[in-house]
Every structure is written in C-alpha cells, then in structure tokens.
Design a protein around this ligand. Structure first.
Ligand SMILES: [Zn+2]
Ligand SMILES: [Zn+2]
Length: 383
C-alpha cells in the first residue's frame, strides 16, 4: 500500500489522486492550503483552495485557474475523497483531508492553536478557528516546535500593545508596528483598541485588508499613510506596515516615532535586539509548543510526518510518545510571515542554543522553560 502523500521534487504529492499539495515547482493540479507566498506559488495550471481564500489568493496571484470548496465539502478525484478544514492560520487557510481505501491522511499546511487546552478566547479572530480532524497520518508543520515557544494570552498581549501605543500618543509620537502584510497586519488591526487614536496602514497592507473585508472580516477601514496630508495626525496614530518599510525613507513622514515588531520570533531576545526596534511583541499565526502537541494529539494519528521548522526535535519528541514519526524536507518557510531576511542569522544563532536546550533536558524540565536563552541584553546600545 503506497502512502497517500509522498515527497517529490515538485512538492508533496498524492499518488492515487495525481495532485500536489502546496507545490514549490509548477504542476498541473495544485491543492493550496493558504495564500502565503511559500505555500501558493505561481505557475500551476489548476488551483484548488478553500472558498474564503479566493480573495487573498487572487490579490496575490492574479488571474489563476482557481476552483474553491466550502470547508467540509467533499470532492472525489480518482477515488480519493478530498475535503478542506479550517487551519486557523490566515483567512482561507485549510488542512487537506484525504481518504482512500479506508485510510485517512491530513496535511496541515500552517496552522494556529495556542496553549495546552482549547480556549475560544485564544482563537485567531481573522479566520475560522483550527478544527481537529481525526486521521491515521497527520502531516504537521513545526515552525515553533520548541518548548521555549509559549504564547501569552492574547488579551494580555493586546493590552501591552495598546499601552505602548497610548504612551506614545500621549507623548505626541507615532507608533509604527511592523508585521507581515498578510495575516499579521489584520490580527493587529482587529486586536487593538480603536479608541486610542487614528490607525493608518502602509500601501502594501490595504489590498489584503480589502480582501478580508470582502470576506466579511471586521478589519477597520483605514487610510493609507501616503494619503494623509495633515502630518500632525500621525502624532497619535498607530501605523501598521510590513517589514520592508522598517527604517525606509517612507517612515520620515512620521517625524518622531517609536517602532515595534510583531512576530513569534520576538520571544527570542536576540531577535529583538538584532531587529533594532524599540519593542518586540510576541504575536504569531503559528501554533506554539503546547498548541502543536494538543493539535497532534487531537487527530488521534498513529503516524506523524513533520515539515518545515524543528523537524528533528519534533520527530524525537513524537517518537518518545510512541508514535511513528518522520520528516519531509520541503521548501516552505522562506517566504512566510515569520522570518524576514535580516533576522535570519540572529534567529539561527538563538535557535541553536534553544534547540540544544530542547534536546538535552527531560520533557518535565522542558515544560518549565519559559525564558529563552539570551545571547546579549535587549537594549545593548552597541547593537
Ligand atoms: Zn503561512
Ligand atoms: Zn508554512
């Protein structure tokens, strides 16, 4: 019996169905888990995705040959029953469920669940929450698959962001918050307290906001920064912009401003320091360590295949739980929201230390680790 998903040079391939999931090279039929650039590439002949992904996919890929399905609907393709289920990662993100000859496999794409127990308050409000799907084999991402990654409650996180914004506004300076244009920006826009001051966005964020609003998500209407004539308005404003805008000439219009970076990587102090921002907010669209464990357990899978992230650590941990575990080498992760280029080396260094910790301590000890290793003080003036 062949596996329902195997690794090919073009991407993850379903042999009985003759289609690919998130291929990284052009293929005839591509099932797309979500519209981040590393999972949905140009050049495929046919695309299949969840219905809520249509707007963001077309915003990013233009006029593609796209078929969409409602979550939970089933299509039969060469005897493979295929359905898509919410992944909680970004608008339209889906896990792919495949059923063939009595076997069920689920490919997660990227997904978001936080904490060791389900809590609706921690759901990603910008999209349908992650839905556990029972299966024999689960293909999981592992972007934050180390015990050091534990997200704080979202209410606390947004209270911190609001307090930073309010303090800046009271001091008459703009608050520039940097986050990926697709997914992160909308989380920020929906999570902050809109009464503190005006909110403006970078031009790269607005087309995605439009796609979210068109899909019925309550992303506030915001002017684009370049459209603002009266610059005194920036003194109480929250400005939401992608990483490419940081320290660019575009920021000159704000005069005095404080900047912050929103990413799961901000849990690493080294990453905050190297990013050279005033503040780091730990906000991720990926599962944290307890979330990954909970999501995997909820599938009931006896076999788990780990992709992009900490494959070695996750495979070892899963094997210790008595599961059959292995890894796929994919080309995902380079273009996702989480790792802007300049961060690469700093994160790699901090992670090597973190990985060592994860591999050399017991599960009980690992569970107690909350403070990431630090390679230098956050406010090191020399950095
Ligand atoms: Zn993604
Ligand atoms: Zn990914």
């Amino acid at each position: 019996m062949t596996d329902l998903v195997v690794q090919r040079k073009e991407g993850l391939y379903c042999p009985p169905g003759d289609f690919y999931i998130d291929p990284w090279r052009p293929v005839d039929r591509a099932v797309i888990t979500h519209a981040h650039g590393d999972h949905s590439r140009r050049g495929n002949s046919h695309y299949l995705a969840a219905a809520p992904a249509e707007g963001v996919l077309r915003t990013r890929l233009g006029d593609i040959d796209l078929q969409t399905m409602a979550y939970g609907d089933v299509v039969d393709h060469f005897g493979v029953r295929l359905s898509l289920h919410p992944a909680g990662h970004v608008l339209g993100s889906a896990q792919v469920r495949l059923e063939h000859a009595g076997r069920v496999w689920v490919a997660s794409g990227d997904y978001y669940v936080a904490g060791s127990t389900a809590d609706a308050g921690e759901d990603n409000k910008t999209c349908a929450p992650f839905e556990p799907v029972r299966c024999h084999c689960f293909i999981t991402e592992s972007t934050f698959g180390l015990p050091i990654y534990r997200w704080q409650p979202q209410a606390e996180l947004f209270a911190d962001i609001n307090a930073w914004w309010r303090a800046n506004a009271d001091a008459g300076r703009a608050s520039l918050i940097i986050g990926y244009a697709f997914g992160k920006a909308q989380r920020i826009l929906m999570g902050v307290d809109r009464s503190i001051g005006p909110i403006v966005v970078h031009g790269a964020v607005e087309p995605l906001n439009r796609a979210y609003r068109a899909a019925g998500v309550d992303v506030p209407q915001t002017p684009i920064a370049t459209e603002i004539k009266d610059r005194s308005l920036f003194r109480r404003a929250l400005v939401v912009a992608p990483p490419s805008a940081q320290a660019s000439t575009w920021t000159r219009r704000f005069g005095d401003y404080s900047d912050a970076f929103a990413s799961g990587w901000m849990q690493l102090r080294g990453a905050r320091r190297r990013r050279s921002v005033d503040r780091g907010f730990v906000l991720s669209d990926h599962a944290d360590w307890p979330g990954l464990q909970r999501a995997i357990a909820a599938t009931g899978a006896e076999r788990v295949i780990v992709t992009h992230g900490y494959e070695a650590v996750m495979v070892r941990w899963l094997s210790d739980q008595g599961l059959e575990a292995s890894a796929f080498a994919t080309e995902y992760g380079q273009d996702d929201d989480e790792l802007p280029g300049a961060l690469g080396e700093a994160v790699a260094a901090a992670e090597r230390a973190a990985e060592h910790v994860a591999e050399s301590v017991s599960d009980a000890e690992a569970a107690a680790i909350v403070v990431p290793p630090e390679d230098a003080p956050v406010d090191d003036p020399g950095a």
